[in-house]
Design a protein around this ligand. Structure first.
Ligand code: AMP
Length: 210
């Protein structure tokens, strides 16, 4: 089975949700740069102070900062590893290739109108990073994380104006990675528009076996 995986896809495609499932069911270690950056911002660290303005406006944090952050985390990981939200630029992908050999990039393909709806109803846990959706994946208790009992919140950058910018940033900076991994024969595209969360994760698991 493929064990060094990159999950690609626009904001709201379901990367975080699918990463959680793969982590739980297949034992992947999930590395989510979005989760890491939000934690740094929340904790008011030096890195968080630098990253804040970018995260809040939906722009990309400079490559050097994110690459350093990932390099530090990778060092301590052995076994299957899954990148969620990284790389987001060709520069980040090159940096990753210089430290680890990626087996597969899975791009979750979702139409814009579906994305906007998903993001508007997304809830998150600030403690463990679990992702919920008011309709498709509601928590068992309203606004409470099933896993760690923390109160859920809506991300500031999930506001409509910021979402539009994030989609534009994705198209401009991250979409070229589809071609990047395709040229290296490492790309699989998964239809993330239709079907339940579980049926999409079955498609992803099949790709990992393939
Ligand atoms: P996400 O949770 O993946 O949607 O990321 C939230 C925000 O964190 C993004 O809008 C960016 O501001 C920042 N971010 C996350 N991952 C990266 C990355 N690989 N490169 C640059 N910025 C990132």
């Amino acid at each position: 089975m493929k064990s060094r995986i990159v999950l690609l896809g626009p904001p709201g495609a379901g990367k975080g949700t699918q990463a959680e499932i793969l982590e739980k069911e297949l034992g992947f270690t999930k590395l989510s740069t979005g989760d890491m950056l939000r934690e740094e911002v929340r904790n008011g660290t030096e890195l968080g102070e630098k990253a804040k303005i970018y995260v809040e406006s939906g722009n990309l944090v400079p490559d050097e900062i994110v690459v350093e952050m990932i390099k530090k985390r990778i060092k301590n990981i052995s076994g299957a590893i899954l990148f969620d939200g990284y790389p987001r630029t060709v520069k980040q992908a090159d940096a990753l290739a210089s430290i680890i050999d990626i087996d597969l990039a899975i791009s979750i393909d979702v139409e814009d109108k579906v994305l906007v709806n998903r993001i508007a109803k997304r809830l998150m846990c600030s403690k463990c990073g679990a992702v919920y959706h008011l309709i498709n994946k509601p928590p068992r208790k309203e606004w409470i994380c099933d896993k760690c009992n923390t109160t859920l919140y809506q991300r500031d950058d999930d506001k409509e104006e910021t979402v539009m910018n994030r989609l534009e940033v994705y198209r401009r900076n991250t979409l070229p990675l589809i071609k990047y991994y395709d040229e290296r024969n490492k790309l699989v595209i998964i239809n993330g528009n239709e079907g339940t969360i579980n049926s999409i994760s079955e498609r992803i698991k099949a790709a990992l076996e393939g």
